[in-house]
Each structure stands twice: as structure tokens, then as C-alpha cells.
Ligand binder design. Structure first.
Ligand code: XLS
Ligand code: NI
Ligand code: NI
Length: 436
């Protein structure tokens, strides 16, 4: 069988003093951290689109990556080569999962039937690779944003004919995900949003999106797909106003249209920051609602206002993220999908390994630090103390609905002006710093 990464052997853990760029310094898959191995905590996935299909193109120039798996003469031959490269890559990297869009896996055909067939053929091959390598699918999704037919959106399109095309695509993407034992299925908004209200009826578009998602839920139930459905929020890009702006907006949308129980959220770090939040904020919104489904692990660039999809290297941010994940009971059937791409000048296939190794080591360190911070206990103790009034007498009684404005007023009058304590932010930040 052809080897696409001949210079690379299985990436091993060598410890933090290692100078080998093709080794892990912190990620030690079988190391026990608390109640699970690192591998079980982190559930890493490689994103097919960035790692294998990204060309390095930008608005100023076309593709520059000359990937050996993208060279065959027909689109289906390329798809087969790419599949081989994917399984070689995730096996050498030691990552348990991958994620794809239907169109990453198999090319669009000349007709709808051909597109469906292409996906089925590659899905069968992927199934064999999974069986032979033990690798698994974290999630699948449908690309409802690249093709010309979707310029005005998919489910939110002013023409239901286009929405029918999207339905066809999602149906087969769910089938492929089910066939491959995918643990989740993701809906990212793509072009579900708008450029100008001059040509847009927002009320209709949001109702269409909800009706479409109901069809998807019904279909998945009917065919017995047991994976978790996830929505991935993003505030802008490609459209100016994306309907799934952030996690809080999506949770409100799900409630409004009776979809709440059927979905969790896939939080992407760079999308949260584009929405003007921190990554932690969006994680906290989900986790406090019991809705944290999975994570697209990447980061943006503070100097650039778009989805730069860089590999995560910021230990401070990722430690705070892992704190939230651990405090919320872990990732469940979700995982950490590297929705991240190497920069345009990172031309070599070796760069794909360096990028993922860095991301994995960052999260391994973040996991270890977060676990140590939890064991230290000072942070949670401080927070518990800060709210302890709500666990006592009239705090508790107000929460139980047993007080009135009058009875609360009586308490205020009785107790007089409260003493106000410090929030201690800097002291708490120092606890984090001492562990990273
Ligand atoms: C784009 C999104 C996309 C989703 C999957 O910004 O992150 O890659 O994760 O459609
Ligand atoms: Ni994403
Ligand atoms: Ni993104």
C-alpha cells in the first residue's frame, strides 16, 4: 500500500525534555488522569476538510499545498487516495477519531444520483479502514455552503426547491454517519444567515430552519441513528449575520421551536471569540445548561477579525476550557476536533504532524493543569464561599419562591447596609498561573 507520510513513524510520548519535533512532550494516551486515561478525557479528532482538503488558498492566491493524495486523475480516485492518507495519518498520530463533511469524503457528481453513489462508495471503503485500524468517526456533517446552489442559504433559502436539495444531502450524510458508527452529527449554519434585510424575511427564514431541523430529527429517529445531534454556533462568516450567533442564541432558538431536547452544542473556540466572547464563556453557557456536546478545538488571532482556525497553543485559555469541561463531568460522547489548519506558508505534509502534535500537547497540559487546580480546591472553595449566602436561610427561601419583595425589604431593613467583600480576581488568576 502506498505510504503518504513515509518519513514519519508512529508519534510517541517522550516527555517534556524531548527535543524530537515528531514526539509528544505531554500527551501520553494511556496516562491516567483522575478516573480516566488522557485519551478517554480528550477524545481527539482530525478534521478531514482542513487537514486533507485545504489547499492553502486565500483571497489573494489559489492553492499552494501539493498534497500527494490530491493528485490522481479522477475525483473518485483522489477521494480514495485521501481516505488512505487520512487513516495513515490518524494511525501514526495516535488520534482515535476523525470528522468529515460529505463533500470532503466524496466528490459532488454530475447528477444528484451520482453524488449519492460517490458518498456510498467511499463510506463503504471508510468502514473497512475503520475496522482494520480501530479508528472511529466522531461526527459527520453535510457541506451545505460551498456549492453555487446554496448562495442564498440551504434551509433558510427563499426557494424550497433548494431546501429540498439540502434535505437530500443531509439525509445521505446522516446515513453515512450512521453506517460508520458516528457518535455525533453536526449542523453548522453555513450560509444560514443574511447579508441585507432589504431582500430577507428573517421571520420566515428562522421558521424554515426550525422546520428543517425537525425533519432531520424525525429522520434520524426513524432510521435508528443513535448519535447525538449538535449545532455549532458562529456569529458571522460566511454571511454577515449568522442565525446561530452563539451558544446562548442557539439554546433560545431550540427552545422557541421545540427542538431543545434533540440537540446539544458543538462549541468552537474561534467562533466564540468572533462573537465577542471568550472560549470559556461559551463553554460555560453550554455546560450550565447541560448542553455541552463537543468542541471544535482551535483558536483565533487577536489581531485578525475572522475565523483563522489556528491550532490551539494558548495554554492559559485551554486550561480554563478544560477546567470547565472537567467540572461539567467531561466531554461525554463528544470530543476535541481540531477544526484547524496550517498556515499557507506551512507547505509540507510534516507541518500537519507538527500542528496536531502542538494542539494535542497543549490540551494534554491543559488537562493536567485543570485536574491539579481542581485537586488544589482553592478556586472552587472560593466560589462556594462567595455564594454561600444563597445556601442559607432567606437566600434559600427566596430561591424556593417563599419570599416577596416586602419580606426581602424587611430583611434589608433589619440587617442594614451589607459589607462588600473583594472579588479577588488577581489572586485567583495567580492560582491558575501557578499550575500552567
Ligand atoms: C466553519 C465551521 C465548520 C464546521 C463544520 O467555520 O467551523 O468547519 O465545523 O461544518
Ligand atoms: Ni467548526
Ligand atoms: Ni470555524
Amino acid at each position: 500500500m502506498h505510504e503518504y507520510f513515509p518519513g514519519v513513524k508512529k508519534i510517541e510520548f517522550e516527555g517534556k525534555d524531548s527535543k524530537n519535533p515528531l514526539a509528544f512532550s505531554y500527551y501520553n494516551a494511556k496516562q491516567i488522569v483522575g478516573d480516566k486515561t488522557m485519551e478517554e478525557h480528550l477524545r481527539f479528532a482530525v478534521a478531514y476538510w482542513h487537514t486533507f482538503k485545504s489547499t492553502g488558498s486565500d483571497p489573494f492566491g489559489s492553492g499552494v499545498f501539493e498534497r500527494p493524495w490530491n493528485k490522481a486523475r479522477t475525483p473518485m480516485a483522489i477521494a480514495k487516495d485521501t481516505l488512505a492518507a487520512n487513516f495513515e495519518f490518524i494511525t501514526k498520530l495516535g488520534v482515535p477519531y476523525y470528522c468529515f463533511h460529505d463533500r470532503d469524503l466524496a466528490p459532488e457528481g454530475a447528477t444528484f444520483s451520482e453524488s449519492i453513489k460517490n458518498l456510498q462508495v467511499i463510506t463503504e471503503l471508510a468502514k473497512d479502514y475503520q475496522e482494520n485500524t480501530g479508528k472511529k468517526l466522531l461526527w459527520g456533517t453535510a457541506n451545505l455552503f460551498s456549492h453555487r446552489r446554496y448562495v442564498h442559504g440551504a434551509a433558510t433559502n427563499p426557494d424550497p426547491h433548494v431546501t429540498a436539495c439540502a434535505a437530500l444531502q443531509v439525509r445521505h450524510a446522516i446515513d453515512a454517519t450512521k453506517e460508520l458508527g458516528g457518535e455525533n452529527y453536526v449542523f453548522w449554519g453555513g450560509r444560514e444567515g443574511y447579508e441585507t434585510l432589504l431582500n430577507t424575511e428573517m421571520k420566515r427564514e428562522r421558521e424554515q430552519l426550525a422546520a428543517f431541523l425537525h425533519l432531520c430529527v424525525d429522520y434520524a429517529r426513524r432510521i435508528g441513528f443513535s448519535g447525538q445531534f449538535l449545532i455549532e454556533p458562529k456569529p458571522h462568516e460566511p454571511t454577515k449575520h449568522q442565525y446561530d450567533f452563539d451558544s446562548a442564541t442557539v439554546l433560545g432558538f431550540l427552545r422557541e421551536f421545540d427542538l431543545y431536547d434533540a440537540f446539544k452544542i458543538n462549541v468552537e473556540a474561534n467562533h466564540a471569540t468572533l462573537a465577542g466572547h471568550s472560549f470559556e464563556h461559551d463553554l460555560a453557557v453550554c455546560s450550565s445548561a447541560g448542553k455541552l456536546g463537543s468542541i471544535d478545538a482551535n483558536m483565533g488571532d487577536a489581531c485578525l477579525g475572522w475565523d483563522t482556525d489556528q491550532f490551539p497553543t494558548d495554554i492559559n485559555t485551554m486550561t480554563r476550557a478544560m477546567l470547565l469541561v472537567l467540572e461539567g463531568g467531561g466531554l461525554g460522547r463528544g470530543g476535541l476536533n481540531f477544526d484547524a489548519k496550517v498556515r499557507r506558508p506551512s507547505l509540507d505534509t510534516a507541518d500537519l504532524f507538527y500542528a496536531h502534535i502542538g494542539g494535542m500537547d497543549t490540551f494534554a497540559r491543559a488537562l493536567l493543569s485543570a485536574r491539579a487546580i481542581i485537586e488544589d480546591g482553592r478556586l472552587s472553595e472560593f466560589r462556594q464561599q462567595r455564594y454561600s449566602g444563597w445556601d442559607r436561610d432567606f437566600g434559600k427561601s427566596m430561591l424556593a419562591g417563599k419570599e416577596s419583595l416586602e419580606s426581602m425589604e424587611a430583611k434589608a431593613l433589619e440587617r442594614g447596609e451589607p459589607e462588600i467583600p473583594s472579588g479577588r480576581q488577581e489572586m485567583l488568576e495567580n492560582i491558575i498561573i501557578s499550575y500552567i
